[in-house]
Write a protein that binds this ligand. Structure first.
Ligand code: SF4
Ligand code: SF4
Length: 170
């Protein structure tokens, strides 16, 4: 009876010492806990693969690459994207459909990336900006094309003079 008591006591003390040994060891190891949000501007690491919110990059001329083809809207599995077009008249006097409003609902998005992968113009990308908490779902809806922005026209290739005037091979 007393043998059981002492073996139990010994096991208890041993397990306590093992546990305390681990605690002591961890006390001196390098800490890996991310101190968010204090580390926002220092050590915060967000993987390049992170999909936080859909964005439409604009250049310094407030131009984007979206042709309003609606491929992304068609491929989105749950109606997160709405591409609204408008008709404009070009310098040559032709009517042309261009992007009016590109609407995105972050609250609906499943971050499947289908829209980005299928866009023929590489006009949209996912940003790593993950701090999107709001108090109302309505604030998760946004327009991705900026006010006054327009489609970046592709530059026409200008052939060098020598190439233009070279005689054709027979
Ligand atoms: S984002 Fe891409 S796929 Fe979507 S409408 Fe614009 S050009 Fe088309
Ligand atoms: S990531 Fe998926 S769900 Fe989100 S907008 Fe793109 S296609 Fe739609």
């Amino acid at each position: 009876m007393s043998g059981n008591y002492f073996s139990g006591l010994f096991k208890g003390v041993k397990s306590l010492l093992v546990g305390m040994g681990e605690t002591w060891k961890e006390l001196w190891t390098k800490k890996v806990t991310a101190e968010y949000p204090e580390n926002r501007k220092t050590t915060l690491f967000v993987s390049d693969r992170w999909r936080a919110t859909l964005t439409m990059p604009h250049d310094e001329n407030n131009e984007h690459a979206c042709t309003s083809c609606k491929v992304c809207e068609t491929n989105c599995p749950n109606g997160t994207i709405q591409v609204i077009q408008k008709v404009i008249e070009t310098e040559e006097g032709k009517k042309k459909k261009v992007l009016d409003r590109y609407l995105y609902d972050l609250g609906m998005c499943t971050f499947c990336n289908l829209c980005v992968l299928t866009c023929p113009s590489d006009a949209i990308v996912f940003s790593k900006d993950f701090e999107n908490a709001t108090f109302t779902r309505d604030r998760l809806k946004e327009q991705l094309n900026k006010e006054g922005s327009k489609l970046r026209e592709k530059k026409k290739e200008v052939k060098p003079e020598a190439e233009k005037s070279a005689p054709e091979a027979e």
